[in-house]
Design a protein around this ligand. Structure first.
Ligand SMILES: CC(C)(COP(=O)(O)OP(=O)(O)OC[C@H]1O[C@@H](n2cnc3c(N)ncnc32)[C@H](O)[C@@H]1OP(=O)(O)O)[C@@H](O)C(=O)NCCC(=O)NCCS
Length: 147
């Protein structure tokens, strides 16, 4: 049975490994550490029954009403098992409890798996940010209103 919980400092190496395996431009470990401190209730990991971390999501609340999904990744060997959906559901629940009204995120325009996932979770594409990533790729900004 998979379980979702808040990140702890000792999880950072495992989370960083998933980040490194998942992104062309991974966040440095120091930045993940900072997010783990400032997003205490909204930096979540999913672990299996033996405590192995399979994925994580980072959410940041801005101006009390805007939720920002900063990052989401599942270990390549554990994709298509519903972990990302589980993490998003729990993050949206926590955002709502904290008064968030709208959630936004950026996603590479080529990242079909993530665009499918977010669309399935009720996110809509709002607009395109040109040259958003260091390699020049554009991003879609997607948003969801929490009801
Ligand atoms: C995108 C990502 C987080 C999805 O994680 P996951 O745990 O495999 O996703 P889930 O199993 O919860 O899938 C939920 C839905 O997402 C969509 N989806 C996920 N992977 C997909 C793929 N490879 N191709 C097409 N659709 C996909 C499907 O609609 C899927 O529903 P289904 O399995 O019923 O068809 C994962 O592929 C990943 O870590 N990618 C690299 C990092 C990344 O791109 N993060 C997002 C940055 S914005």
């Amino acid at each position: 049975m998979a379980k979702i919980r808040e990140i702890r400092e000792e999880d950072l190496n495992e989370v960083y490994e998933i980040e490194r395996l998942s992104f062309r431009e991974p966040y440095p470990k120091t930045l993940l550490l900072i997010y783990s401190k400032i997003c205490r209730e909204t930096f979540l990991v999913v672990e299996n029954c033996s405590g192995k971390i399979k994925g994580y999501i980072i959410g940041l609340i801005k101006w009390n009403i805007l939720g920002h999904i900063i990052s989401l990744a599942i270990h390549p060997e554990h994709r298509r098992k519903g972990y990302a959906k589980m993490l998003i559901r729990e993050l949206l629940r926590r955002f709502k409890v904290n008064g968030v009204k709208v959630v936004r995120l950026e996603v590479r325009v080529s990242n079909k798996p993530a665009i499918n996932l977010y669309s399935k979770m009720g996110f809509k594409i709002a607009y395109t940010l040109k040259n958003f990533y260091l390699d020049g790729e554009d991003a879609y900004v997607m948003y969801k209103v929490l009801d």
